[in-house]
Design a protein around this ligand. Structure first.
Ligand code: NDP
Length: 401
């Protein structure tokens, strides 16, 4: 019998909770706990309509407060904590898991609130303590990071002797009809896009200005899109875990309208994370902007089109050069019909449920802190096909120059 505690009740948590409730043979009990309990209760009411056997309960918790988290974990006694709050809460939640000897899984790596910088060093620093406690932490189990790491582990296991180049391509061909909105948490999303780009080549990081490197790519079922090189957290773990890698890059598509809005917002200071005085109180411009932008969880009914996210691998098999492209195509409206969310939340929430399932049923495990590519990719790849994110292969893809 498995009991999971999910922290967060936003766009991604909503999908993951729906998927846990579809998978009620594994997820016997699920508690959804977040800062705003009303959102947990609204979500639980939607889940109740599914006719699931999973017993869903809700709670209020401030996940910035380790003591509150410990008290909640001690009272509910989950087998696993699924962290679907924001990257700012990763360390407090990991501290609470350590204190209570509870397994941990998340979808985004830790980021300090005051600096727009994400790195695994803070979470990797828990390695020895998780090992000693005999518990597992799985880091970055969404789509990217997440499925991109699983794709890499699968490609290395079944298709290559050595992988030399990986290009991760994330295309969103969806249209929500708003002049400007982000598909996941606006604050986290804008911090990521307005930061410097970075990629790994020949043993070192090459830094670029934000959105400096642009390429055009023809995506299956989406068409031609402009895509831009970004720094993304799985680059750090894959550069470490895929031995022999010579270069790894990450590209994401953005339309001209989105970029024009972003440029204007940046130019007027609305994306800044430096506090300012306003109306007698201190505010952070980016947090104010988030408050007036559409909630990503509300985009589901109005987003049409598809996403195409995957990895192009180049390397050697049996002494010969080989190229291999693994990708998933996801339709925003199909996701909405199934779980009431758009595809960005869906492509993150489904892998979070799959990782949680594999930990709970014992197919994944081990004491310590792991990135997903360190786990066996095979049951995860099978589960993607079963739980709504089937993958496709291409053995002669167009390469990115
Ligand atoms: P949302 O903003 O929609 O939801 C975040 C949730 O976390 C909200 O319910 C929020 O509560 C809750 N929360 C925030 N702070 C606290 C706190 N201190 N204590 C308790 N709860 C808190 O974000 P998303 O669902 O879009 O994203 C969730 C996570 O998924 C993020 O970390 C994001 O970076 C990650 N992600 C990962 C992707 C991947 O592919 N790996 C892709 C997309 C997202 P409240 O309702 O009160 O605001």
């Amino acid at each position: 019998m498995s009991r999971a505690l999910m922290i967060g009740a936003g766009g991604v948590a909503s999908v993951a909770a729906h998927k846990c409730c579809q998978n009620d043979g594994v997820f016997k009990e699920l508690m959804i706990a977040s800062r705003t309990k009303l959102r947990c209760d609204d979500l639980a009411a939607k889940l109740a309509k599914m006719g699931t056997k999973t017993v869903v309960t809700t709670a209020q918790v401030d996940a910035d407060n380790t003591q509150e988290l410990i008290a909640l974990i001690e009272s509910y006694k989950p087998d696993l904590v699924i962290n679907l709050a924001l990257p700012y809460q990763d360390l407090t939640i990991m501290d609470a898991c350590l204190a209570t000897k509870t397994n941990y899984l998340d979808t985004a790596n830790y980021e300090p609130k005051e600096t727009a910088k994400f790195e695994y060093k803070w979470q990797w620093a828990y390695q020895e303590r998780f090992k000693e406690a005999g518990i597992t932490a799985i880091l970055g189990c969404g789509f990217d990071p997440g499925v991109t790491g699983i794709f890499s582990a699968y490609a290395l296991k079944h298709h290559f002797d050595e992988i030399h180049y990986i290009d991760i391509l994330d295309a969103n061909g969806g249209d929500h009809g708003y002049p400007f909105a982000t598909n996941f948490n606006p604050e986290i999303n804008i911090r990521e896009i307005t930061s410097n780009g970075r990629y790994w080549e020949n043993g070192e990081w090459i830094e670029t200005a934000p959105l400096e490197i642009k390429r055009e790519y023809n995506f299956k079922e989406i068409g031609d899109k402009d895509m831009y090189l970004l720094y993304h957290e799985e680059l750090e773990s894959l550069a470490k875990n895929i031995t022999g890698i010579k270069r790894i890059r990450f590209f994401m598509t953005f339309g001209e309208k989105y970029l024009t809005h972003l440029r204007v917002l940046e130019n007027v200071g609305m994306t800044s994370i430096e506090p300012i005085q306003f109306g007698g109180q201190e505010i952070i411009p980016l947090q104010f902007l988030q408050a007036i932008l559409p909630d990503p969880a509300s985009l589901g009914p109005r987003t049409v089109g598809k996403t195409n996210i995957g990895c192009i691998f180049q390397g050697i098999k049996d002494g010969k050069p080989k190229t291999y492209y693994l990708y998933n195509i996801c339709d925003h409206q199909e996701c909405y019909r199934e779980v009431g969310s758009q595809a960005i939340s869906y492509t993150t929430g489904v892998p979070a449920m799959i990782g949680a399932m594999l930990l709970l049923d014992g197919r994944w495990g081990g004491a310590g802190v792991f990135n997903v590519e360190e786990m066996n990719p095979d049951p995860f790849m099978d589960a993607l096909n079963v739980w709504g994110l089937p993958w496709k292969e291409d053995f002669s893809p167009v390469l990115v120059d």
